[in-house]
Design a protein around this ligand. Structure first.
Ligand code: 5AD
Ligand code: FES
Length: 344
């Protein structure tokens, strides 16, 4: 019975599968309210904002689901200059947002040294935490960036099923990705990972394994985002993820993982008009608004109709403040470091 499972402290794989499988309305509501209760205990009512700068949409990888994939020749590729990146970081910081996420495809023209220089310039000027989300790079670069002042690294595992992983990512292996995550943690980064829900061929057991892998990695941040079919990819005709499954996965993840940051992702906000608010009510405590300036903003098209892509990011904090306060929550003032005592 789902209700008995919810009263446990530790969850087996079968427990997690049972929670993810139920379609019973009453049971699903109990999962949601348990997740909300656990979020309140471990994270309080504060919602952390992380301002994202998508500074390059060039990518060496060819992930079958992603609109930035190398084989997509219909995408206008861009790279922001160092000055543009730093100016955008300043804008985010001026709005009172204390984490800057530097995100790009796997773009090796941004060398280790160039990225390190951007990190140290931002850190010299602004009182912010820096999260990097640059894909798999070499271990020397990770060290260089840590020394330059980076605080966190976000590298999603996408799926914990090694066969599916290999089928979505040519020439890449799940084990490599896990090795990178453990290495990043070992040199002092707070680490974030997570999955995509609703990928072709993925089943509920795979999603249970995703949550278990997040637990094994002892993540500081875990992101569960719905698959959205992207037109310039081999998966253009696949079905989008189901919003209810997405919410259930987020809720179960909160119940199992407890003291971890969980975002209400841009993807869930894109999938459902009220996805962001719904996510915040079932375990999420983070929102990652996009500050990529024009004319680049529309070109970081991982999937179509990205939430807020046509809006002015300067209005983001006010808009978010309204919806967050209407839920009895508030925007956090601090940096929102790891909730785990073990993190540096
Ligand atoms: N739908 C949802 N999320 C996607 N990502 C890539 N393609 C899609 C898609 N079609 C996610 C991946 C990647 C991040 C940058 O975007 O998890 O790590
Ligand atoms: Fe791999 Fe974009 S090409 S996530």
């Amino acid at each position: 019975m789902v209700i008995d499972i919810l009263n446990k402290e530790e969850f087996s794989k079968d427990d997690i599968i049972s929670l993810l499988q139920t379609e019973d309305w009453y049971e699903v509501q109990s999962i949601y309210s348990k997740a909300d209760e656990i979020r309140k205990i471990y994270c309080g009512n504060e919602v952390y904002l992380r301002g994202i700068i998508e500074f390059s949409n060039n990518c060496e990888q060819d992930c079958l689901y992603c609109g930035l994939r190398k084989s997509n020749t219909n995408l206008d590729r861009y790279r922001m200059s160092k000055d543009e990146i730093i100016q955008t970081a300043q804008t985010i910081s001026d709005l009172g947002i204390k984490t800057i996420v530097l995100q790009s495809g796997e773009d090796f023209l941004f060398t280790g040294k160039i990225i390190a220089d951007i990190i140290s310039s931002i850190k010299a000027k602004l009182d912010v935490a820096i999260t990097l989300s640059l894909g798999e790079r070499n271990f020397e670069d990770y060290k260089l960036w840590k020394t330059a002042g980076a605080d966190r690294y976000l590298l999603k595992h996408e799926t914990a099923n090694p066969k599916l992983y290999a089928s979505y990512h040519l020439n890449q292996s799940l084990q490599d990705r896990i090795d990178h995550l453990f290495y990043l943690k070992s040199i002092g980064y707070q680490i974030g990972s997570g999955n995509i829900i609703g990928l072709p061929q993925q089943n509920i057991k795979d999603i249970a394994e995703d949550i278990i892998l997040c637990r094994e990695l002892d993540l500081d941040m875990a992101s569960f985002s719905p698959f959205i079919a992207s037109p310039e990819t081999p998966y253009r005709k696949q079905k989008n993820a189901d919003i209810n499954l997405t919410l259930k996965v987020m809720a179960v993840a909160r119940i199992v993982l407890k003291n971890v940051h969980i975002p209400a992702t841009t993807a869930i906000a894109t999938l459902d008009e009220y996805g962001r608010e719904k996510g915040l009510q079932v375990g999420a405590n983070v929102i990652m608004p996009n500050f990529t300036p024009n004319p680049y903003r529309e070109k970081y098209s991982i999937y179509p109709n990205k939430k807020c892509v046509k809006d002015n990011p300067l209005q983001c904090p006010d808009c978010l403040e309204n919806s967050i306060s209407s839920m009895g929550r508030k925007i956090a003032a601090g940096k929102g470091h790891s909730l785990k005592a073990s993190a540096s």
